[in-house]
Design a protein around this ligand. Sequence first.
Ligand SMILES: [Zn+2]
Ligand SMILES: [Zn+2]
Length: 342
Amino acid sequence: MKVAVVTGPEAVELRDEPEPRVGADEVFVEVGACGLCTMERRLFLGEKRIYPVAPGHEVAGRVTKVGEAVAELPGSPKVGDTVTVDLLTRCGTCSTCRRGRSALCKRPQGGTLSDGTISFGAGLSEGVVVKAVQAHVTGSAPIGHAAMGEPLACVVHSLRLGGMRAGDRVAVIGAGYMGRLHLALARHRGAAAVGMIDVSRSRLDEARTAGAAWTADPTRPDELEAAGKHDIVFVTAGAPGALETAVDLCDDGGTVVLYGAFPKEMAVPVLPDAIHHRELSIVGVYSQEPEDWREAAGLIASGALAADLDALVSARYSLENVREALKFAATTPVYRVLVGAL
Ligand SMILES: [Zn+2]
Ligand SMILES: [Zn+2]
């Protein structure tokens, strides 16, 4: 079984890995597509230097083996099913897991390849073994859509923790891949209107085509002014000034959701009295939880977001061309690049 391993900046090799044993409560998933996320780009560029490493955590594929304990279990994936795969480990035992906040598990258990190479999912490969509970069936949806299960689960989580309701006026800061998934899901959930804010004119134009009700450049005060006030503002690009812009865009009683990562040392003055008097909420969201996965897989299977997801596939590569795929994703403004047999 082939697995892509990043061995250094811009250095990628395909290694032969023995096919892993399928435990009683596990399934083997033949990888059809794996999306390249920020982590993969940073490893490839040498911005994050953990080598050698087997990345790839946005995995979808076809179930080819099931463990005996789950083979006949109602609701568990069967051989032949297309699934989107949750590769996050959750201990279930720590204080945050016990509160149902397993995205913040204090004891995530990373895996390794047979030679001890660290695995960050190892989805840039011909197959992965996961607990059956972490494989979510996506019906007859295209495999490329199923590979968007992990980011979509993160966005389901974001709307859930942000408390978005039908009829809400929504603004999204950042019109990249995650911003566009917020646009798609908020529209699907019955937002009154969803607008998008970004410095890239071409991304704003593409967001309009995808259904954004309005767009604004954050460096243009007139455009932000014209955007009006909103019930919920999602910050998907943690740029300097983004939190302040989000608070300004919030109507009284509104919520700012901090979805994107910010520079670690960045500090921003907030006005506690404004938060008090205007009943503003500032909510951090990070990662996803099992109930978000169930919903993301259901959304993918339903086809409700099919056109949105199609528009976000920037390129597809075979596993043999994984290095070219990583180079392209790391050096070009893309939404999602998919790697695999598809
Ligand atoms: Zn991801
Ligand atoms: Zn835990």
